[in-house]
Design a binder for this molecule. Structure first.
Ligand code: IFM
Length: 436
C-alpha cells in the first residue's frame, strides 16, 4: 500500500476526552447507586475509586502535556456541586477552578462538559429526565457553574450524548433509570433537549451580564452509521432511515432549528434553543446494522461481521468508513463546524488501537478534503477508566491505568498520537509504521 502525507488544517486542535464519574472516584450520584444493584455492572466493579483523577489530575495533565495535547475535554460532576437540591458546595467549585487552572497553566485548552450521564441522587429521585421541571433544574446548576467559571477561556459542552442517555437508560434499560418504554424515552429526549437550551441560555446570559465575549457552545452527539442488514430489502432500508433520523438527527435538528420536532413535540418553538449551537460535538465509534426482522426497540441488533475487529465488551465493530459518512452527513445538513469530541476503541491490544486511530483519522482527513469544517479531534480516552455497564473490562485509554496501584503508563498509541499532533497530520511514515 502506498501512503501519502495527510496534513490537517492549520489550527486544528488535538487532545483527549474524559468524564468525571469514569475517572474521579468518590462520587455519589445516580450511577453510584445503580452500581450497587447486583448484575448492573458486568464485572461487578464500581467507580468508587476509578482512576482517583479527583486527586491525581495534576499527574494526568502532566502526561497530557508531555504527550503534546492541546485541548482536554472533561466533565463537571453536578452531584458534587449541588449535592442536595439548592445547596451549592463551594469547595467543589474551587476544585474545578483548580482543574481548569491546571490545564491552562500547561497550555491546554479546557473543554468543559456540563452533563456527562450522571445526575445527583435528589434529581433522580424526583423523576430524573421525566420530571417536567428537569430542564430548569439543570439550567440553575449551569448558571451557577458559569457564574463561577466564566472568567476562564473555556469551550462549553452542554449535554453529552443525549440519545445514549435516552436509548440505553429509557428504552433498553441498561443504564439508570432502567426503563424499557418508548414513550418515556421520547419524553426524556425532549427534556434533555430543553435542558440543552436552558444551559446555553444561561451561558449566554451570564457572559453578557459580565460583559464578556460569548464563548463557543456545543451539545455532544453520539453518532452511529445506521445501515440496513439487507440493502435490497425495502423494509430494512426504511427502518435504517427511521432509526438514523431518530438517533442521529431528531435531537440536533431540533436544537439547531429551535423547534421541538415530532415525536418529541409538534414542531413548537422553544425560545431557549435559539442560538444554542455554535458547533456540533461528534462522538463516533462504530456503525449499527438494523433489520426489520429484529426488534430494535428491544435492543436487538443484527449479528456482527465476523471479519471485523470489535471493541472489548461493547462489541462495536472497527468501521472507519462510517466516520466519513457521519461527518459529511452532519456537515451537509447543518453547515455547523464540527469538533470530534470522542473517538477510540476499548482494547488491551494497543496495536488495534493504533490502527483504529489512524484509520479513523484517514477518514476525517477525507471529509475535510471534501469540504467539511472539522476543528479538532479528541481521542477517548486519556486513561483507562470506568466504562459504565462494562466496569473496568473495556480499556479505552491511550494511557494504561493499573486499577490496583493506580499507576499510569502511556501506551504506544499515546506516542503515536504525539507524533501525529507534532506533524499536524498523518505523514507517510506514521501510516506505514502503524498500519503495517
Ligand atoms: O465511555 C464512553 C463515554 O462516557 C461516552 N461516549 C462513549 C464512551 C465509550 O463507550
Amino acid at each position: 500500500m502506498e501512503y501519502i502525507d495527510l496534513f490537517f488544517p492549520e489550527g486544528f486542535l488535538w487532545g483527549s476526552a474524559a468524564a468525571a464519574h469514569q475517572t474521579e472516584g468518590g462520587n455519589h450520584n445516580n450511577w453510584s447507586e445503580w452500581e450497587k444493584i447486583p448484575g448492573k455492572i458486568k464485572d461487578g466493579t464500581n467507580a468508587d475509586v476509578a482512576c482517583d483523577h479527583y486527586n491525581r489530575y495534576e499527574e494526568d495533565f502532566d502526561l497530557a502535556k508531555e504527550l503534546g495535547h492541546q485541548v482536554h475535554r472533561f466533565s463537571i460532576e453536578w452531584s458534587r456541586i449541588e449535592p442536595s437540591f439548592g445547596k451549592w458546595d463551594y469547595t467543589q467549585i474551587v476544585h474545578y477552578k483548580k482543574v481548569i487552572e491546571s490545564l491552562v497553566k500547561r497550555g491546554i485548552q479546557p473543554m468543559v462538559t456540563l452533563h456527562h450521564f450522571t445526575n445527583p441522587v435528589w434529581f433522580a429521585e424526583n423523576g430524573d429526565w421525566l420530571n417536567p421541571e428537569s430542564p430548569e433544574l439543570f439550567g440553575r446548576y449551569c448558571r451557577k457553574i458559569v457564574q463561577e467559571l466564566s472568567n476562564y477561556d473555556v469551550i462549553w459542552n452542554t449535554i453529552n450524548e443525549p440519545m445514549v442517555v435516552v436509548t440505553i437508560g429509557y428504552l433498553w434499560g441498561d443504564f439508570p433509570p432502567g426503563h424499557n418504554d418508548f414513550g418515556k424515552a421520547i419524553q426524556a429526549a425532549k427534556h434533555l433537549l430543553m435542558a440543552h437550551g436552558q444551559a446555553s441560555t444561561q451561558i449566554r446570559e451570564v457572559y453578557s451580564e459580565k460583559g464578556l465575549d460569548q464563548p463557543k457552545i456545543a451539545p455532544v452527539l453520539s453518532t452511529s452509521y445506521i445501515m440496513p442488514e439487507n440493502p435490497e430489502d425495502p423494509e430494512d432500508l426504511e427502518l435504517a432511515e427511521y432509526i438514523d433520523n431518530l438517533y442521529n438527527h431528531l435531537w440536533i435538528e431540533s436544537a439547531i432549528t429551535g423547534r421541538i420536532l415530532n415525536p418529541m413535540g409538534d414542531g413548537q418553538r422553544y425560545a431557549p434553543l435559539e442560538n444554542s449551537v455554535d458547533f456540533i460535538g461528534v462522538n463516533y465509534y462504530s456503525r449499527m446494522v438494523v433489520s426489520s426482522k429484529r426488534d430494535f426497540m428491544a435492543g436487538e441488533i443484527a449479528p456482527k461481521d465476523p471479519y471485523r475487529v470489535r471493541c472489548e465488551g461493547l462489541e462495536w465493530e472497527f468501521y472507519p468508513e462510517g466516520y466519513y459518512h457521519q461527518i459529511m452527513d452532519y456537515w451537509k445538513k447543518y453547515q455547523k463546524p464540527i469538533f470530534l469530541t470522542e473517538n477510540g476503541i476499548g482494547t488491551s491490544d494497543d496495536r488495534i488501537r493504533q490502527r483504529y486511530i489512524i484509520s479513523h483519522l484517514q477518514q476525517v482527513h477525507k471529509a475535510i478534503q471534501d469540504g467539511a469544517k472539522v476543528d479538532g479531534y479528541l481521542v477517548w480516552s486519556l486513561t483507562d477508566n470506568f466504562e459504565w455497564a462494562q466496569g473496568f473490562s473495556s480499556h479505552f485509554g491511550i494511557i494504561e491505568c493499573d486499577f490496583d496501584t493506580l499507576k499510569r503508563k502511556p501506551r504506544e498509541s499515546a506516542f503515536m498520537l504525539r507524533k501525529i499532533i507534532k506533524d499536524n497530520g498523518l505523514v507517510k511514515e506514521t501510516q506505514e509504521t502503524y498500519l503495517a
